[in-house]
Design a protein around this ligand. Structure first.
Ligand SMILES: NC(=O)c1ccc[n+]([C@@H]2O[C@H](COP(=O)([O-])OP(=O)(O)OC[C@H]3O[C@@H](n4cnc5c(N)ncnc54)[C@H](O)[C@@H]3O)[C@@H](O)[C@H]2O)c1
Ligand SMILES: [Zn+2]
Length: 344
């Protein structure tokens, strides 16, 4: 087992990574808890034993289930179960479950402890870490939520065995970004799965603890802004928003990473060998790194202009001599040229 501390002062907790980590649940729930509300989905074949009275609450699958209606329904069911502020919510599932259950825990009784047991690779290296919770509105994804740090996170690599191959690969696309966010010269490819997940968790922690609420900016107070975790995500979000491309999130991030590398090279920030590193990492996960057939580069450019990091001009998170950092006011012509290159 590998333990990674997330140091938030009096809200510090450990993320534990390893085969069988879910069996530690009884050790990490609050001492005051007499009941555990386990939130999960039908398709998640993972059972947990909190060691106190337990009731399982299932929610629906996919983004459609990440709604305020689901949160209301969960809170009503928690109340009928008799869950109090001294008890615990345990989220067992992918990002849809941890985001939704985490938000329900943040608002139920004005806040009850949540323990995450992420069961997708994407959840273990990203969604269940760092305290962002939330749900979707018809107007957009993740528009309502809160920062609510969990009491503990148990990343059990054993449960990844049942993931549909495409979900696993999507998690790999998210993990690919950490290959470029760690120490200089570090090689995540040399690590076995458990160590690689743990190192990804550690790298995420390194960005999150100094910038819990994502307020730092590259030209602001210094430190490593949490926004760097969006490496590869500007194009990924555009591809996802454009719709019609049938891409899982991590698949879109993989394309976005290669795009970001080529853009950085085009701007003279990195050399060709560094671009080749990005391509090799994406290839090692058997992920595509070209734009989907028929991609509309004009539409993607327009969507990237509307990205939330942007302040009018085009903003990206790009690699460079000082590592990965936010870069603003990138010339649209440069961006379009790289998009066209990736389309062929
Ligand atoms: N809060 C954050 O910081 C953060 C970060 C990244 C992503 N997210 C959110 O995470 C969500 C995506 O999460 P995801 O990729 O885990 O998708 P997901 O939660 O939809 O899970 C994918 C599918 O796998 C199934 N599944 C889960 N575990 C399984 C297992 N062990 N065996 C078999 N099937 C299993 C699920 O039921 C689901 O159908 C998005 O809503 C995204 O917004 C949040
Ligand atoms: Zn992501």
């Amino acid at each position: 087992m590998i333990r990674v501390p997330f140091d938030f002062g009096d809200r510090t907790y450990d993320v534990t990574v390893g085969a069988g980590a879910r069996h530690l649940l009884h050790e990490v729930i609050p001492a005051t808890a007499e009941r555990a509300a386990v939130v999960t989905q039908e398709a998640v074949p993972v059972e947990v034993e909190p060691g106190v009275e337990r009731k399982v609450f299932t929610i629906g699958a996919g983004e459609a289930a990440k709604t305020l209606a689901t949160v209301e329904d969960l809170c009503s069911r928690f109340a009928r179960f008799g869950l109090t502020r001294r008890d615990v919510v345990v989220a067992v599932g992918g990002g849809v479950v941890t985001d939704t259950a985490g938000f329900a825990a943040a608002v139920y009784h004005r806040g009850v402890t949540v323990v995450h047991v992420p069961t997708t690779l994407l959840g273990q290296v990203d969604a269940a870490l760092g305290g962002k919770t939330g749900v979707n509105l018809p107007e957009g994804k993740n528009l309502v939520g809160s920062f609510w740090q969990p009491g503990a996170v148990l990343c059990d690599t054993e449960v990844l065995g049942t993931l549909p191959p495409r979900e696993y690969r999507s998690g790999c696309g998210e993990m690919a970004k950490y290959h470029f966010l760690g120490r200089e010269g570090e090689d995540l490819e040399a690590l076995a799965l458990e160590a690689r997940v743990a190192r990804s968790v550690e790298i995420k922690a390194s960005f999150v603890v100094g910038d819990e609420r994502e307020l730092l900016d590259a030209d602001g107070a210094g430190g490593r802004p949490r926004a760097c975790l969006n490496y590869g995500h500007t194009l990924a979000h555009a591809l996802e928003t454009a719709g019609g491309y049938d891409l899982r999130h991590g698949e879109a991030v993989a394309i976005g990473l290669v795009f970001a590398a080529r853009l950085a090279a085009g701007l003279g920030r990195i050399d060709d060998a560094r671009v080749a590193r990005h391509e090799a990492v994406v290839d090692s996960y058997a992920l595509d790194r070209t734009l989907p057939a028929g991609a509309d580069t004009g539409e993607l450019l327009a969507l990237m202009r509307r990205d939330k990091k942007s302040r009018g001009g085009l903003s990206f998170v790009l690699d460079g001599p000082a590592g990965v950092e936010p870069v603003h006011d990138v010339a649209p012509a440069e961006v379009e040229a790289i998009l066209k290159e990736l389309a062929s």
